[in-house]
Design a protein around this ligand. Structure first.
Ligand code: SF4
Length: 72
């Protein structure tokens, strides 16, 4: 345990049989834009790993901002 509280993501879990177009998270992502609905994000190298997210690539969401991962 990390001690962080997490809250559930709103919305329905996408069907694995018929996944959403673009980024599979876009129907539930508060940072999604029109690009997210049609284009799957490519992996980008970051310190300590990789991330695949248009919001981070477009600098709409700073990589340092982890508030989306640890709300509550
Ligand atoms: S902002 Fe990132 S995680 Fe959210 S839908 Fe777009 S690509 Fe996916």
């Amino acid at each position: 345990m990390t001690g962080r509280q997490r809250s559930p993501v709103a919305g329905e879990v996408p069907s694995p049989i018929n996944p959403p177009t673009g980024c599979t998270f876009h129907p539930r992502c508060p940072f999604a834009n029109d690009r997210c609905k049609v284009e799957r994000p490519q992996s980008l190298p970051i310190e300590g790993g990789e991330v695949a997210c248009h919001a981070i690539e477009e600098k709409r969401l700073p990589i340092e901002d982890r508030s989306y991962a640890a709300r509550g």
